[in-house]
Write a protein that binds this ligand. Structure first.
Ligand code: BG6
Length: 538
């Protein structure tokens, strides 16, 4: 991670670091950070505060903006992490003025923000909320946006600094990017400050479209100014994979094929497809979450130690893993696709996927995937990486289970010793964020009876404060210019190289059905059973 932009100790005068804001009056902080009563007590170092800038959100009336982006911006303001005169600029096809947009932003923040409501903070933020109405093919609207940014340079001292968040359907990317190119809005040189773009997933639909998208974005923005959001990387526990592995001596020596039997990734959701039928039906689970979130988790779990904690060093290690991924020879047995059928969840009847609103009754789209991948490196050769994800599973849980080989010999009496499982290190990404270590232990009593037990680390118990929301963290990183937690274009491409052959194999096939409320189709269990293993029960 790059050094924090502003790192004076509490009580010190505000620093004058080049490229950072003197932390004098960030939005939400009354005057100085050191005297900021709203400051998050977790930030023992002075918080990283971006330079004065504007954040332009395209598609600001959409679900993502309302549920995640606007609340995340409020949370940042509430923690005193936005710069003075930070400007939030919404762009959408609504006949709105600044007031209507402010209303929407207020409601979103009140409903979805993580931190408590503070009217004072809101008033300061709301004073700098602007709206530009228009459609994406409307030249005039983009000219107005451009002029607005120019005016803000003088009125708000944003020095031309602006980040553009594309919270829009991928089909609209080319249009918006072309407008930015036409108006010169994307140019650092022309603006006199920095210009960055944030691209939401999906990054394409396959390798070819991802290459095309990358080509388009790179034509308009320089690569270091492109931030591809994979919100899993903004989750505290996902970042903790690196801390766990590289800040400790304990795990790395056994983190390889000599000691690891297999690794299991589970991303289970109890929810269905919500109101996203059209998107989901054209996408499916593999493209929706395997290509990005899950392969990123795999890359962080399997990568070598980066030479330094910098964006390029970390991305360089991740890409090596992604390129070393191998698919099984027998896809029919080791790449299982499922679709939820009707069933029961939490005592309620749940309809099948094909009966969901706006889903075709003969849809073959998968809502569940389980695959076995390999990583062809010296460290991991021969270790299976099992990944599964699905909707309408019994509960929402994401975890990584590293299962170690069994002890080669047990000197205890067979009659006193239960069938011991594998030693396991389980990283719980969500909920109940934490880490569990499973190992055999003596049962109290006179006999030498051994049984599996669990040792738990829970974020909620070890730390008093709640983790920031992923989007809160990632928006701040964009404004600071820290790209550590954003996949690079070659990572995206390498991931599609894994997904494309799977999609080709599955094309036209019926997915296996599973009942809503169950852990996926039986074929996924059979896949592990074939290897003499079972899925962990999260
Ligand atoms: C999104 C997917 O990227 O991640 C959704 O498009 C999925 O289908 C969501 O539900 C899960 O995110 P989280 O943070 O709730 O685990």
């Amino acid at each position: 991670m790059t050094e924090p932009a502003a790192t004076a100790l509490q009580g010190d005068p505000p620093p004058k670091t080049p490229g950072s804001t003197p932390a004098t009056s960030p939005v939400g902080a009354p005057v100085s950070v050191s005297g900021n009563p709203l400051r998050d007590p977790r930030d023992r170092r002075l918080p990283r505060v971006p330079e004065p800038c504007a954040l332009v959100v395209f598609g600001v009336t959409g679900d993502l903006a309302r549920k995640k982006l606007l609340p995340g911006i409020y949370d940042l303001a509430n923690r005193g992490l936005l710069p003075p005169d930070f400007v939030l600029l919404g762009f959408a096809r609504r006949d709105w003025g600044d007031g209507e947009f402010e209303d929407l932003a207020r409601k979103s923040a009140q409903e979805y923000a993580r931190t408590a409501w503070n009217e004072e903070v809101w008033k300061r933020l709301a004073g700098n909320i602007k709206f530009v109405p228009g459609s994406f093919d409307d030249n005039e609207a983009f000219d107005t946006l451009c002029e607005t940014l120019d005016e803000l340079r003088a009125s708000h001292g944003i020095k031309g600094n602006a980040a553009f968040y594309l919270s829009i359907p991928p089909s609209m990317f080319p249009v918006v990017l072309e407008q930015m190119e036409r108006t010169g809005m994307a140019s650092n040189k022309q603006s006199g400050g920095w210009r960055r773009v944030v691209v939401e997933k999906p990054f394409g639909h396959d390798l070819e479209s991802a290459l095309e998208l990358n080509r388009l974005v790179d034509k308009v923005f320089t690569p270091q100014d492109v931030f591809r959001i994979d919100h899993y990387l903004g989750k505290e526990t996902v970042q903790n994979i690196m801390a766990l592995r590289f800040a400790n001596q304990l795990f790395e020596p056994v983190w390889n094929s000599n000691y690891v039997d297999s690794v299991q990734f589970t991303m289970a959701e109890d929810g269905g497809i919500g109101g996203r039928a059209a998107f989901y039906d054209a996408t499916g689970a593999a493209r929706d979450v395997l290509q990005n979130h899950l392969l990123q988790l795999l890359a962080l779990t399997a990568m070598e130690e980066p030479v330094e904690f910098s964006p390029e060093a970390i991305r360089t290690e991740k890409i090596k893993v992604l390129r070393a991924i191998s698919l099984p020879d027998n896809l029919a047995e080791y790449a299982i696709r499922g679709q939820y059928d009707q069933g029961w969840l939490a005592g309620e009847r749940s309809v099948g996927y094909r009966a969901e609103k706006d889903i075709k009754p003969d849809s073959k789209t998968e809502t569940y995937v389980a695959v076995r991948l390999g990583i062809e490196t010296r460290r991991w050769a021969g270790v299976p990486f099992y990944i599964r994800t699905g909707k309408r599973l019994p509960r929402r849980v994401t975890e990584i289970g590293v299962l170690f080989k069994k002890a080669p010999h047990l000197p205890f009496s067979r009659t006193d010793t239960e069938e011991l499982g594998h030693n396991q290190l389980v990283i719980r990404v969500q909920p109940d964020e934490g880490v569990t270590l499973k190992f055999g232990s003596k049962v109290p009593g006179t006999a030498m009876e051994v049984r599996d037990v669990a040792m738990d680390f829970l974020y909620g118990e070890a730390f008093t404060e709640a983790s920031p929301e992923a989007y809160e963290r990632l928006i701040l990183d964009v404004l600071i210019g820290d790209a550590t937690l954003f996949p690079r274009n070659d990572e995206v491409e390498a991931s599609w190289r894994v997904i494309d052959p799977l999609e080709d194999f599955w094309a036209g096939q019926e997915p296996y059905l599973y009942r809503a409320g169950e852990w996926g189709p039986k074929e996924a269990d059979e896949m592990l059973a074939r290897d003499g293993r079972v899925w962990r029960r999260p």
